[in-house]
Design a protein around this ligand. Structure first.
Ligand SMILES: [Zn+2]
Ligand SMILES: [Zn+2]
Length: 236
């Protein structure tokens, strides 16, 4: 039975999903799953996972250097609880370390494997969980019951969970490139509102009434056109 290709549920296909939902004419293509996630997402998830220990160390350094920005950590703690030094770092660390352990437990249960042996030291626990998840990542991105879930906030998709921990950690340690503004004005609305989002394959107009999506190639051609027009104007 030939398998019908399905769009990758990852951020790679977000622009395509948005355009499809909006029902506006577009020429975007999704990234196709291989067979669930595309190769780009598979590679990126593995890289995100591998980077977590180093990011956790950086989060801990933020705590001891006191440069952490607690507002950047989303937790369900009530606002009435007074923060203590290093609290933001601690909460984020707990969230990521706890999440890794939970995902490991989840996969162990699904695959009928022996329960996780809890490590005494946090560092050892993280190393063990990451090593386990790395081993089972291909399975998780294809066969986990939530593997096909669209990557959204709070998605149970293992790949989305790993990505979200990675991004939270990056944001906390200020390494997130965030949104990168493009120089040329939007082709459709003329606003200087074109942005490239880190990890996305598209340039998006942030003008809520326009929301034009361009591929990197389309943008490059457009930017050249704009530059050429600018030169002509100066020459006239
Ligand atoms: Zn993908
Ligand atoms: Zn626009």
């Amino acid at each position: 039975m030939p398998a019908t290709p399905t769009p990758c549920p990852g951020p790679c296909s977000r622009a395509w999903r948005t355009a499809e939902t909006a029902g506006t004419p577009h020429e975007l293509q999704p990234a196709w799953g291989q067979p669930v996630h595309c190769y780009t997402c598979q590679t990126r998830t593995r890289g995100d996972l591998a980077a977590i220990p180093e990011l956790l160390a950086a989060i801990w350094l933020e705590a001891t250097n006191g440069t952490a920005r607690p507002a950047d950590v989303t937790t369900s703690r009530p606002a009435s609880v007074a923060p203590w030094p290093g609290q933001a770092s601690r909460l984020l660390t707990d969230l990521i370390v706890g999440g890794l352990a939970e995902l490991e437990d989840d996969i162990r249960a699904l695959r009928g494997l022996a329960p996780r042996t809890a490590a005494v030291r946090e560092g050892a626990a993280v190393t063990a969980s990451i090593s386990f998840l790395d081993t089972h990542l291909s399975w998780a991105m294809e066969h986990h019951p939530a593997a096909g879930e669209i990557h959204e906030r709070d998605s149970a998709n293992p790949s989305a969970q790993i990505r979200s921990w990675h991004r939270m950690a990056q944001r906390f340690t200020s390494r997130d490139a965030r949104l990168e503004q493009r120089q040329a004005p939007c082709k459709r609305c003329g606003w200087r509102s074109l942005f490239y989002a880190d990890g996305e394959d598209y340039i998006e107009c942030r003008n809520a009434e326009c929301k034009l999506l361009m591929t990197a190639d389309e943008y490059a051609h457009w930017a050249e056109e704009v530059a050429a027009k600018g030169t002509l104007k100066h020459a006239a």
